[in-house]
Design a protein around this ligand. Sequence first.
Ligand SMILES: NC(=O)c1ccc[n+]([C@@H]2O[C@H](COP(=O)([O-])OP(=O)(O)OC[C@H]3O[C@@H](n4cnc5c(N)ncnc54)[C@H](OP(=O)(O)O)[C@@H]3O)[C@@H](O)[C@H]2O)c1
Length: 324
Amino acid sequence: MVHAIRIHQTGGPEVMKWEEVAVGEPGPGQVRLRQTAVGLNYIDVYVRTGLYKNPLPLIPGMEAAGVVEAVGPDVYYFKVGDRVGYCTGGTGGYAEARLYPAERLIHLPDGIDDQTGAAMLLQGLTAHYLLHRTFPVKPGQTILLHAAAGGVGLIACQWAKALGATVIGTVGSDEKAELARANGCDHAIVYTRENFVERVKEITNGQGVPVVYDSIGKDTFYQSLDCLSRLGTMVSFGNASGPVGAVDISILNTKGSLFLTRPSLGGYVATTQELRDSANALFAAVLSGKVKIDVRQTFALKDAAQAHIALEARRTTGSTVLLP
Ligand SMILES: NC(=O)c1ccc[n+]([C@@H]2O[C@H](COP(=O)([O-])OP(=O)(O)OC[C@H]3O[C@@H](n4cnc5c(N)ncnc54)[C@H](OP(=O)(O)O)[C@@H]3O)[C@@H](O)[C@H]2O)c1
């Protein structure tokens, strides 16, 4: 038996219980992992509240790093003792140990420690596909990225800057603005007191931006459309303030023949090859120093509820790791 955080019903942070669970032996295609660091992500909140539906009871958590402890039949690419991480194989991460499908596992390079690995995979792979595949950012472009001081935000700011973009970021406070600027954000807008549409127009001399990466959802969606230049791309990739809901697509016409997409990481790394190629690109960016991973908060895994409270109250910055 090992300990894990489990929820039997959806709701507030208090539904997360520290319980004993059985792990068992790995079946075909599976490994058993001893987990050393667990990544905290906003999707964990959506799973806990029930915004994203899953059968119950469940162990939340999409991401962790650890060591392969046992290998099931038909697993060839991983062996006992390998240092690995993951973020795309479903829930079950908030545990001391677990079974996991080998085809969704990633080897961690020597230069990346376990806490960094657990902090960077989900947020880093997301920044990678957003900036390279959803709307490939080109040198000289000016982009708008919401929640620029958050987990995805700090990584995406640095990466977009390295790609040669001018980065406009929104943040919830002056302290976050400073942090975003230190991570490649050229213009940090404190959208809790500044009108970000007006500021984007000022910064771009009235032109607007060719892309908005919007993970806030309900509170920012329509204003984000107003920041786009003609033929611009609206990338709505999250709902930190609540889901956007139904959109009348004729608005894309009236706002300038816009493009709208609602992507998810799972859709971009659906095959093992895509997952490994994207992870290699992320590791290269981090190992070269182009992108630094900032683990700015850690919590004991059994205190995951405290971590969720901080995340939802907008009190975290950068990445957060839970320690089993
Ligand atoms: N589609 C995908 O593939 C994908 C993958 C990963 C993440 N995401 C999304 O990307 C976003 C960022 O994820 P993350 O894990 O890195 O989280 P995060 O950015 O570290 O935390 C969320 C941030 O959103 C901002 N925010 C604005 N309004 C909020 C509200 N009403 N409640 C809570 N937060 C609010 C806060 O920053 P300020 O105080 O600066 O506003 C907060 O710190 C999330 O929406 C997540 O769902 C999507």
